[in-house]
Design a protein around this ligand. Structure first.
Ligand code: DC
Length: 220
């Protein structure tokens, strides 16, 4: 099986690019951030905030997260319910970042991710795919862009979905999440030693996609 690991900070365009690259390569695309968002949503539905003052293990023992592919598109299910849209709000983003710092949560989601890569040719994106989840991935890419540009892209995306946010809110959230994700003790966001750096600042979506495809094709 072939596995392509794409890691990088929030808003680097990972999911859009990874989805398109996977379609061109004929691989399944696994968005692992959606799994952390799903767990975050569970805690949020239970009334927890980002401090997570609760017994994490017992909540997880009572939680089912499933990933299914419908017409090649990933859908995520929380306790049997499709939450693929609900996990995209700014609150869900902050909750995802909070739960993702917890070792119990990371352990809870680890085997599901590895199993997908054992059974399929995958292009998997996240923060720790090349470093922790798939240390033997066929190709590892660290995808990034400047914080300003990443915030601008995320802002445009939220506005086009009809959400009411300001650029400053999105930018501040982005910087806060970058900090949280790269300073946590467990599986922090960092470039794997053997990952190829792809910086898309100033590149169009099409140019960024070509960059990714070229990196992959050179190595498989
Ligand atoms: O990629 P995203 O914005 O949907 O990810 C949501 C959160 O989950 C983000 O704050 C970092 C975390 N995450 C993680 O810790 N490890 C992953 N493999 C994927 C996401």
């Amino acid at each position: 099986m072939i596995s392509v690991a794409i890691d990088g900070p929030a808003g680097a365009g990972k999911s859009t690019l990874a989805r398109k690259a996977a379609a061109q390569l004929g691989f399944i695309y696994v968005d692992t951030g959606a799994l952390y968002r799903t767990v975050g949503l569970k805690f949020s539905k239970m009334g927890a905030d980002t401090k997570l003052d609760c017994d994490i293990s017992s909540v997880l023992a009572d939680t089912t997260v499933d990933i299914r592919f419908v017409n090649g598109e990933q859908r995520v299910f929380l306790d049997g319910e499709d939450v693929s849209e609900e996990i995209r709000t700014p609150v869900a983003s902050m909750m995802a970042s909070a739960v993702s710092a917890k070792g119990e949560v990371r352990a809870f989601l680890l085997e599901m991710q590895r199993k997908l890569a054992r059974e399929n040719d995958v292009l998997m994106d996240g923060r720790d795919i090349g470093t922790v989840v798939l240390p033997n991935a066929t190709v590892k890419i660290f995808l990034t862009a400047s914080a300003e540009e990443r915030a601008r892209r995320r802002y445009d995306e939220l506005i086009s979905k009809g959400m009411t946010v300001t650029f400053k809110e999105v930018y501040d959230d982005m910087v806060q999440r970058d900090y949280n994700d790269s300073h946590r003790e467990i599986a922090p966001l960092k470039q794997a030693d053997d990952a190829v750096l792809a910086d898309t600042t100033g590149l169009s979506p099409e140019e960024s996609l070509q960059l990714i495809l070229n990196i992959v094709k050179e190595r498989i």
